[in-house]
Ligand binder design. Sequence first.
Ligand SMILES: Nc1ncnc2c1ncn2[C@@H]1O[C@H](COP(=O)(O)OP(=O)(O)OP(=O)(O)O)[C@@H](O)[C@H]1O
Length: 671
Amino acid sequence: MTTNSQLTVAVRIRPLNDIEKQRKSIQCVHPLDNQEEVHAATTAPLMDFVVAGYNATVFAYGPTGSGKTYTMVGQEKRPGLMMLLTRDLYEKINPHEFTVYLSYLEIYNEVIRDLLNPNAGVLDLLEDERGNVQVPGLSRVKAPNTSRIMQILQEGNSRRTQEPTAANKNSSRSHALLQVTLYKNSVQHGKLFLIDLAGSERASQTQNRGKRLKEGAAINRSLLALGNVINALSTGSKGRYVNYRDSKLTRLLKDSLGGNSKTCMIAHVTPSSFNYDETYNTLVYANRAKNITTRIAQNRPASADQQYVEAIKEMQKDALRKSNMVHAVSSVQLSSKDSDKSSSTSADREPLRPILKWNNSVNPTKNGPTSSSNSGGNNRFASLFNALKGQYLANTEKQHKLREKLLKANHEAYDVEMSRMSKMAILTAWEKHNKEADEKYSDVIERLKVDVTDQETRLAQLHELRLKIEKALRKGEEVGKSLESRMRALAKDPNQKEVIDFMLKMGQIDAEKMAIFSDSALQRLRLRKQENSLQKIQKYEQIADKLINSDDDGSNDHEKDYQEYRIFKNQLNYHLIPLRRDAPIMSWNSQFLARNQPNELQNALDLQMSNTFSINDFQLEEQKKKRKSITTVHLPRLTNTGAGAPEVQSDYGTDAPSTIVKLPPINASPV
Ligand SMILES: Nc1ncnc2c1ncn2[C@@H]1O[C@H](COP(=O)(O)OP(=O)(O)OP(=O)(O)O)[C@@H](O)[C@H]1O
């Protein structure tokens, strides 16, 4: 069911603080409602939505020092909404029916970091073909009870970037996003986003300098993008253009503001007359946000897994019917046949024990499940089947996590390798053109060499990790196959067989989806590097145009432009490098899949193509032919690290040298 939902907006006013009181600030804003009542009417009802299978978002908005972190994160003795709402949610669900996972990230200076896994490095943000925003590699942690939730949140918060500023002695310098996801039958059911935004600040008022000033600029920039999105959405006019792409924050909030989420904004203001302007602006945005309407839909209609649920129900009914028969008709007979008399009557209450006993005495592959002559045997088949099914699903989940790890390692390896190749190209060209005499660049060259060595070490580690993950995946596949054949030997009716096929398909689809996702993540990374190069080249063209169109009267006015032009021209070779590399990349996940399940990969790639571009059959055939020539990039490539490294087989990594004056010039023509 899809319904329209208006954004809920609440305003929280913190008390005047000591500094404001000392400075004789006047309280110019007064609350009308009790804070608890506001919570009961705004954020509290969201939990029922999430349990019912919808997405919900709460975000705290407002200037620096107005109390956003106090509301969302809170303090040890006064936990904030992240803790309170997650706890509420936990109290509303049946823990045997649902599994709760937490993910926690921060966006600091436009860089995404995992607050629950500090080793994850810089994370990327990707959109799938349906526009769903994902952060590949973001860890998710099981939250089985409230004390574990508290512990996870404390760990995450301790890693968050906070610094003292003149406006707030514990100012959050990043946006923090906690994602609480509810899973039912291993399928995502509902999602709650809890967001503590960094506060907007006026440079004049915070007196920030250097790093703080740069952080402030990044914070303001992303909040400006958020303000623009709120403005565009609040007009409500059809066909309006909403630019989510201006910042990572707005891309991540896309669904919360303009998509499928029941959303509540808590605007924060201080009561102090010193912050009159910020308070006014915040209230203007809050007022606009009230007009935003989202369209909410249940994530998983009940019909989605109906086939599975019905098959399981049938099996349960069948097992129950047979077990009742056993008790009513032949309990004595059963116990006399059973070697362990003391436990025979508890067989149906504790399914695992009889399974193990039965397993020791009967070999299903030799006799076949139907060869058992009594209905107690049938019941045991059903119990064993269910136990094996549980093991199979747990194994599928484990395989999924391994594939996620492989994707993350591959992503990092690609980034590091591209950066390393780029640096190698610079070093090789430098040596070839014998520039040692130019002392000016010796520091840069030394630093590049150290970077390359560090990157090689990291690549070797990632290579090891890849081998380990692939080994574990192969083992998981063997376990899956053995469980499958045992289940097939036990499956007595079509429902059970259907359940096996269904579970098998689920595992295959997961592997295929992950391979496609991983391929496209790498393609996007490559495209980003190319975009970066294009920008540099455009800049070069602009400077050239400027010089061409200028009236050079011989004065020094143009010297700076000439200097900049010369530097760009010298470095044009570097910037052309990524543009020469446009072969599609096959990820480690795809390579693994191709080695293990060639047919499935073929189907997965076909699916990817038909989803990405809507093409006709003829075009699809053409693309299949073309795909035969896809280059498989085997990463990491640890060869060619010496002087004989290829000169221009390179690309820019995210940390490749970008400051124009730092790079040594290469005057050789592009190869
Ligand atoms: N409702 C409140 N009652 C009492 N104290 C509060 C309240 N709200 C905030 N404070 C106090 O005000 C100070 C600033 O609050 P907080 O750090 O939450 O602001 P913020 O909006 O998150 O700032 P920033 O954007 O710089 O991170 C803290 O010392 C906090 O304890």
